[in-house]
Design a protein around this ligand. Sequence first.
Ligand code: MG
Length: 280
Amino acid sequence: MGSHPLPEPVTSAGRDGLAALLARPAGAIVALDFDGTLAEIVPDPEQARAHPGTVPALARLAPHLGSVAVITGRPAGVAVRYGGFAGVKGLEHLVVLGHYGAERWDAVSGTVTAPAPHPGVAAVQAELPGVLDESGAWQGTWVEDKGRAIGVHTRRAADPQAAYDALRVPLTELAARHGLIVEPGRLVLELRPPGMDKGVALADYVRESGASAVLYAGDDLGDLAAFAAVEKLRAEGVPGVLVCSGSQEVAVLAERADVVVDGPTGVVGLLEGLADRLSS
Ligand SMILES: [Mg+2]
């Protein structure tokens, strides 16, 4: 199966990253987005399934590597199901990080685990009534407990914008006291832990596994955080390769990539190419 030539990265950092991965695969991580990268984008997201070549390619490649992880905004269990990742020979150590890393499925256990919510969420919940009271904006505001975050909505206040403006500073201070951040939305201020994104998920996973090289492939704006994480790792001396599963729509990702391939078919070709090289 030597029919999948490896593309040459267009940057020297990318060439270094690929060389490091090939030189020491047992220390390397390959991390991949799901939709648009391992699965074609389809009009109905519930109909998305992994490209038919994805699982065979991953199963060939994974035994040569330190680890393979799928990082997605979807719930981990959904990605496992749509990907067909469970019970596959060769993928005994696959990890799926769902909800941008808040959930984790391990092939070893076949189960999804989710760490306890950030302790700051409960602390903020306890102090919130007092802060709303002091701000004078409590009337009509509605607090939504999201489990891993708290939304303070002002849409039902007598003057929604005034209530929103009055709450912004006190809620930012409250969040900061407990290690949370405020994510502003449309008449909602969401207090949540920092770094629920693919970049944090990837950086944590690389740190945990002590990887000596990393390849990340994605297709969309949400993957920029993971690209930034790889760029930061490179600056710290961990070689990496950035792969864009090409789409004309997300030029900003293609511009930052070392390798652009033609969608999930191209990603499968890249994975097969790596497997060819590592098994020869
Ligand atoms: Mg995607």
